[in-house]
Design a protein around this ligand. Structure first.
Ligand code: C2E
Ligand code: MG
Ligand code: MG
Ligand code: MG
Length: 285
């Protein structure tokens, strides 16, 4: 019932948006206004150590609250921002806002930010990353950019060069939605990527789907031999968390652990974990 309702809401929303925002130009105007009025915000979803349950990182996810339309799903506004080129400005804003917030949290966790291909092609992603790190004081080792396979298919040499610069400065690179694109396994080893995120479409098949589970095991084996870290996305239940952990996956992300939420929610979680840790230490000491 819950998903039915949210489905209906999404449908009502898209009808409303379609009548108000008719053209690409209307959308561009709406997005520009949203940037100027600071209607965007960042939510964070924890990435969890599957062995210990500890939060080791967060993924920053853009949110847009339109004054009349309410919350607009990223699946709508991110493609629109990409079509209009405004993703370069929006992406820069997200990167700076997220780095500033996460740098002040009570425990040092890693921040992962989605970066669109256009930020590599039209924008100056290296300058943006440097300024976000400088302004926030976040160490480069605590930042990771998430890119998708499509980025690597189109403009390979140009993009890989920029990725190498970021890596050389200590920033991590994750390949998002792995398994849904077209990248060939042969160049996975040569790419300057240190983390692979198994797409949620494979995780969703667990535990029943033998094919999904075979693919996940193959990705884990391949990643291990290439020396890459793996994050499983879209973990929604205990069984999936267990199976992934047993298969050797170190890190997981999904509604089972936590839905994405505002910074305050994550800070509360980090503080609670820190209190637990300290009281254990005190009892033992
Ligand atoms: P993504 O980068 O693959 O992010 C993961 C998406 O899966 C998020 O959707 C998250 O809320 C959702 N998710 C997390 N755990 C679960 C789960 O257990 N079950 C299910 N069904 N979903 C889960 P969200 O926030 O709607 O974002 C959708 C996509 O929009 C992102 O996919 C990313 O491609 C894009 N996006 C979001 N923020 C940004 C941004 O700041 N910049 C760029 N370029 N893209 C962004
Ligand atoms: Mg992502
Ligand atoms: Mg993903
Ligand atoms: Mg995705």
């Amino acid at each position: 019932i819950a998903s039915d309702q949210s489905g209906n809401r999404a449908l009502a929303f898209s009808k409303e948006m379609d009548t108000r925002i008719k053209s690409k130009q209307d959308m561009e105007i709406a997005l520009r206004a949203a940037l100027a009025r600071e209607e965007f915000s960042v939510h964070y979803q924890p990435q969890v150590d599957l062995e210990t349950g500890e939060i080791t990182g967060v993924e920053a996810l853009a949110r847009w609250t339109h004054p009349e339309l309410g919350s607009v799903p990223p699946g709508k506004f991110i493609p629109a921002a990409e079509e209009t080129g405004l993703i370069v400005e929006l992406g820069r804003w997200i990167l700076h806002a997220a780095a500033r917030e996460v740098a002040n949290w009570p425990r040092p966790v890693r921040l992962s930010v989605n970066v669109s291909a256009l930020q590599f092609e039209l924008g100056d992603i290296i300058a943006d990353v440097r300024s976000a790190l400088a302004q926030s004081g976040l160490p480069p080792e605590r930042l990771q950019v998430e890119i998708t396979e499509s980025l690597l298919v189109t403009e390979t040499s140009h993009v890989t060069e920029k990725l190498r610069v970021l890596r050389a400065e200590g920033v991590g690179i994750a390949l998002d939605d792995f398994g849904t694109g077209y990248s060939s396994l042969s160049y996975l080893g040569r790419l300057p990527v240190d983390t692979i995120k198994i797409d949620q479409s494979f995780v969703r098949g667990l535990p029943g789907d033998g094919e999904a589970s075979a693919i996940i095991r193959a990705v884990l084996m391949l990643s291990e031999s290439l020396g890459k870290h793996v994050v499983a996305e879209g973990i929604e239940n205990q069984d999936q968390a267990w199976l992934l952990r047993l298969a050797g996956c170190k890190t997981g992300q999904g509604y089972f652990f936590s839905r994405p939420g505002p910074a305050e929610d994550i800070v509360v979680k980090l503080l609670a974990a820190e209190h637990d840790r300290l009281s254990t230490v005190m009892r033992m000491g």
